[in-house]
Write a protein that binds this ligand. Structure first.
Ligand SMILES: Nc1ncnc2c1ncn2[C@@H]1O[C@H](COP(=O)(O)OP(=O)(O)OP(=O)(O)O)[C@@H](O)[C@H]1O
Ligand SMILES: [Mg+2]
Length: 591
């Protein structure tokens, strides 16, 4: 009988291996940036087209490669970074597996130009398609290396089709860029996306790099961490508890300069914040660990972001106590930020203005003991609409629900319980209000003349380039909804008026939620930008579970809900109300 087992051809083996290293364009960005860092570059430039689907190029001024290196660098297991097994526990570089370039080469059109000698502008260029060499020539080029990856996954249509929209893929690329650029703060980075420069980061200290990437407002939120022990040195910054957010936040662990994911360490941070932040909120952190090279194992997964510590229990304890210590110190003596002195923020015209005596106007005929005046008028949640919608509500609910004798009560400050002819309805107040507001915002987005509420002083938002880029997309819809901007620059936005359902102190939260949720499921599941904006605004302004509602508010909520186009489910696909039929109530009592 002939033997069945055959060795796979090299290109098939490479394609299989590539599946682990190159999952999407951002994986290529990570590997190329890390290679440029490993070869000692001072300047690194990343150029992207169509979220990396058509082009990813990284240009550096590092060590470069000679002609022989160039012929070997794309071969699987070819590396200049380690030689013997022991080297795995003495890693000085990000790469060591010798498989990134071979994986990338096998699923793209790859071209590498490199030169090792600075005073000779002559180097070599190699071109490959699907891992096969197409050409190798001498070319004019500066010292350093330029690697271009075109038509990623051209030979694996299933992979290419699996890629998400340009926006989502770009977000992944930006995340990888953040990880490399943050920790390599002594290197200059430029990032160009579709011919627009989105980052130009000059060599700086760690804190400045954080602020340059995540926006000026981050500066006042940071609390330093500095813990030096024999097992590990931990340095960096955590965010003040009041700035924790429910949405995705910045969470970075770097171990010996490598970005790593580690749920155990994350748990240590979370538990240090216990009692200081709401349970479902997330703290941001930017933490660097220096540990002896032989006390960690990085060779766990091909993407090299998992790590095993010899002393993980001790590191957990050190990290937790370092954070608790810094948070404690911060609580006792809050820092004074001289860059943000209140006087400096006072608008020029108001600084020397004389205070005028306020005019007090009162109704001289008002008698508080006159019972004919109803001083306890209830405030309606949505006064313009509730009167008109009461009739609709009556159509849905049976005749015997009388409008004048609206009977409902709030249970656990979260549910409104009311009756219909066939039984009773339990309504989740938060989800119901989200639905009402969502439909309100959506319909306002399709009509002109929406009301707007001007702010006395514009609210400043310091944002980074990526955040501004997203807001730019959303700007027209937001203006349509009554938001106005007195300033809209590369790194700052000033909000001068808002939609009337919001209050001034909600502005930071609304904009941060709008920006942070771009990656969330409900952004991906939204039909359009307007749909997404309506969802976020509804989420931010809806009443919460735990909010106590007066009887008029309860009534208005029920009326408005059943006037909605889709009263059953919230904008986030959650059940809003449940009907318990009279039949089933009777059954409970064996009637
Ligand atoms: N930008 C660059 N400048 C100089 N040499 C480079 C550059 N990129 C790659 N090389 C060389 O090519 C080799 C192969 O790169 P590759 O990324 O495939 O493997 P690696 O970095 O050694 O390990 P890993 O697969 O873990 O990234 C590197 O070891 C390095 O010698
Ligand atoms: Mg590498």
């Amino acid at each position: 009988m002939s033997s069945l087992i055959k060795l796979l051809p090299e290109n098939v083996a490479n394609q299989i291996a590539a599946g682990e290293v190159v999952q999407r364009p951002s994986s290529v960005v990570k590997e190329l940036l890390e290679n440029s860092v490993d070869c000692g570059s001072k300047n690194i430039k990343l150029i992207i087209k169509h979220a990396g689907k058509t082009l990813i190029q990284v240009i550096d001024d590092g060590l470069g490669m000679n002609s022989d290196d160039l012929s070997l660098c794309y071969v699987r297991h070819a590396t200049s970074k380690i030689r013997k097994p022991k080297d795995l526990f003495d890693l000085k570089t990000m790469g060591f597996r010798g498989e990134a370039l071979s994986s990338i080469a096998s699923v793209s059109h790859l071209s590498i130009t490199s030169n090792q000698i600075s005073d000779k502008n002559l180097g070599n260029e190699i071109k490959l398609e699907g891992g096969k060499i197409i050409s190798k020539d001498e070319v004019l080029c500066k010292k350093g290396t330029s690697i271009s990856v075109k038509n990623l996954f051209f030979n694996i249509p299933a992979r290419r089709n699996f890629l998400k929209s340009d926006n989502v893929e770009l977000r992944h690329i930006i995340d990888e860029f953040h990880r490399v650029a943050l920790i390599n703060h002594n290197t200059n980075f430029i990032f160009i996306n579709n011919e627009n420069e989105i980052f130009n980061l000059k060599k700086s200290i760690f804190k400045e790099r954080i602020v340059r990437i995540f926006g000026k407002s981050t500066k006042e939120k940071l609390v330093p961490i500095n813990e030096l022990t024999q097992i590990a040195n931990i340095e960096g910054f955590i965010i003040k508890p009041e700035y924790s957010r429910k949405t995705k936040t910045s969470q970075f662990f770097f171990v010996n300069n490598r970005f790593v994911r580690n749920s155990h360490l994350h748990h240590a941070v979370r538990s240090a914040y216990e009692g200081m932040i709401v349970e479902n909120h997330q703290p941001s952190y930017y933490l660097q660990f220096s540990v002896p090279k032989d006390s960690i194992d990085v060779n766990i997964h091909p993407n090299k972001t998992e790590i095993k510590f010899d002393n993980d229990q001790s590191i957990y304890a050190i990290l937790k106590s370092a954070i608790k210590h810094s948070l404690g110190q911060f609580n006792i003596c809050p820092s004074i930020d001289f860059d943000n002195s209140i006087n400096l923020n006072t608008p020029y015209n108001y600084k020397n203005k004389k205070a005028t005596i306020p005019n007090i106007d009162f109704n001289k005929s008002y008698n508080p003991f006159d019972i004919s005046i109803d001083s306890t008028q209830n405030i309606d949640l949505n006064p313009e609409t509730s009167i008109e919608k009461e009739s609709l509500f009556q159509n849905i609910f049976a005749e015997n629900v009388s409008q004048t004798s609206f009977s409902a009560f709030q249970f656990d400050n979260s549910y409104i319980i009311t009756k219909i002819s066939s039984g009773m309805v339990i309504i989740d107040q938060k989800r119901a209000h989200q639905r009402i507001l969502y439909e309100k915002f959506l319909s306002e987005l399709s009509f002109d003349n929406n009301v707007s509420q001007a702010l006395i002083f514009p609210v400043k938002l310091d944002l980074n380039t990526t955040e501004i880029r997203f807001l730019m997309e959303a700007k027209t819809s937001l203006i349509h909804l009554g938001f106005n901007f007195s300033k809209f620059t590369k790194n700052q936005v000033e909000v001068s008026s808002i939609h009337p359902v919001f209050s001034e102190n909600q502005i930071h939260d609304i904009f941060q939620t709008l920006i942070n949720n771009q990656m969330s499921d409900y952004k991906n599941n939204s039909d359009s930008l307007n749909d997404y904006i309506s969802k976020v605004l509804a989420k931010c302004s809806a009443i919460k579970n735990g909010d106590n509602l007066g009887i008029a508010q309860q009534e208005s909520l029920v009326n408005d809900l059943f006037a909605c186009k889709e009263a059953n489910i919230s904008p986030f696909n959650k059940l809003i109300f449940k009907v318990i039929s009279l039949e089933s109530i009777k059954k409970m009592f064996f009637k």
